[in-house]
Design a protein around this ligand. Structure first.
Ligand code: FAD
Length: 436
């Protein structure tokens, strides 16, 4: 999604663009996501109170968030950064940056797709968040306050009001929130393939190649080596999702902490219920999206790296949890999928020029929001390539924010340090006390 959006945008600005893609467009993480266009989703995963939940996550392999034990030592530095990002100040900083990036989402999709394809693929029916609890917990109340502070529209509903909108919902739902600015695509794979077809139709070159490495000179990469030939390069954008830091080896001076949050879906054909918009089960942490080929129930986070096999019991569990949300759900015909979210610990993508070579650009790390953020990312990256005033403040997306004691501190966001660790611990104590 990110690579094709960047390629199409750059091409329309007059650049000659070649895309090298090992599997075909829309076959990576962009294939099986929940398809949500979540402009109102500005709440990072790293939120105050997370530390208190870590023991439960580690002990339940089927919980909404799990870490594979064997992978834990490798994931530890990323997880530490993630926990350190979970203060209110940093969450608010992230949320403001996401809000700015999301301003381009709807106009950007209209421009990228054109009116006919936009109407065919995109729906702006809002999202419904639902809870069984009668009242929101502290974390959800803070999230709502953060959305309110940014002027994001939302409407609090009772369970009955939610069922008026979505009659298939369980009677157990007692609280809901309608986010009318959000929408969804009826098929994320087709969305990417449609944009790829436009890219080729308008003169772009799309090659099915695996990038293996580069010939790097003093001024940067000169040649790309692939599994089927090598190609000269004058400027390069790395948009390889969760694999981006593997692909970018040698092209950056510092390492970006990029991890994968593996997620799953169950795709249920002829599901017997017909919600009209994506519905987020905020307690079980999954989202059910109506798509042109059935109901997709997607979610869960599994920290397990890029090489371990999938655990499809997690996808099957999503389908079972879907039945608790929609008692009329049938799922005899279910297919299961796992994808690799490309995730940074602070929940913001990297959209930047390499710190090492001025002809290398980076656009990856979109985590839970790559479908939402593709148009904004492409716009900002095109500004960086053109060396013109950027459409939004690029600082929150700079790779150097991860430099030790570096960029972030200069821009007024404290880098992870002892003071921050103590703030995280304070948050954890507060949330442990409030849950007792
Ligand atoms: C369960 C789940 C639900 C989600 N729901 C949503 C949602 O509702 N809304 C939303 O906005 N986001 C959602 N996301 C997140 C979203 O799917 C991702 O952020 C997005 O797909 C990332 O896009 P990408 O282009 O960066 O990565 P990808 O789609 O993974 O693309 C990366 C591409 O790089 C290629 N590649 C890798 N290495 C090489 C190489 N060496 N040579 C050539 N090509 C290479 C791969 O083949 C791949 O096609 C969800 C994710 C998951 C897992």
């Amino acid at each position: 999604m990110i690579g094709i959006s960047v390629a199409l945008t750059l091409q329309r600005e007059g650049h000659r663009v070649t895309v090298l893609e090992q599997a075909g467009p829309g076959e990576g993480c962009s294939f099986g996501n929940a398809g949500c266009v979540s402009t109102a989703s500005v709440i990072p995963m790293a939120m105050p109170g997370m530390l208190a939940k870590v023991p439960a996550w580690l002990s339940d392999p089927m919980g909404p968030l799990t870490v594979r034990w064997r992978y834990l030592p490798r994931a530890m530095p990323w997880l530490m950064r993630w926990l350190l990002a979970a203060t209110e100040a940093r969450a608010r900083h992230t949320s403001r940056a996401l809000h700015a990036l999301h301003q381009e989402t709807w106009p950007g999709y209209r421009a990228l797709l054109g009116p006919a394809q936009f109407d065919d693929l995109m729906q702006a029916a809002g999202h419904l968040y639902v809870w069984r609890a009668a009242e929101l917990g502290a974390g959800d109340r803070l999230a709502q306050q953060m959305r309110d502070d940014l002027g994001i529209a939302s409407q609090a509903l009772s369970g009955d009001q939610a069922r008026e909108l979505e009659p298939a919902l369980s009677q157990g739902i007692r609280t809901a929130l309608l986010l009318p600015e959000n929408g969804h695509t009826c098929n994320p794979e087709r969305l990417v393939k449609t944009l790829a077809a436009a890219f080729v139709r308008e003169g772009g070159v799309l090659l099915r190649r695996k990038v293996l490495g580069f010939d790097i000179g003093a001024q940067g990469p000169r040649t790309v080596y692939t599994d089927c030939g090598s190609y000269p390069v004058s400027r390069l954008a790395i948009c390889a999702g969760a694999w981006s830091m593997r692909v970018a080896r040698g092209l950056t001076g510092m390492a970006v902490p990029l991890e994968t949050e593996r997620g799953y879906h169950a795709m249920l054909r002829a599901p017997g219920v017909a919600p009209t918009r994506p519905i987020m089960d905020c307690e079980n942490k999954f989202i059910a999206t109506p798509m042109e080929h059935g109901l997709r129930i997607a979610g869960t986070v599994e920290i397990g790296g890029l090489d371990a096999p999938a655990n499809f019991r997690r996808a099957a569990l999503l389908a079972e949890q879907g039945r608790q949300l929609f008692p009329g759900l049938t799922y005899e015909d279910a297919s299961h999928w796992m994808g690799y979210r490309p995730s940074t610990p602070d929940g913001l993508p990297v959209i930047d020029r390499s710190d090492r070579f001025s002809n290398v650009f980076l656009a990856f790390g979109h985590g839970h929001l790559g479908i939402t953020e593709a148009p904004g990312t492409a716009r900002l990256l095109a500004d960086l390539v053109a060396d013109r005033a950027p459409c939004i403040d690029p600082a929150p997306f700079a790779m150097t924010r991860f430099a030790r004691g570096g960029g972030a501190a200069q821009r007024g966001v404290a880098a992870p340090d002892a003071a921050q660790a103590s703030a995280v611990a304070k948050d954890a104590r507060r949330s442990a006390a409030s849950s007792r």
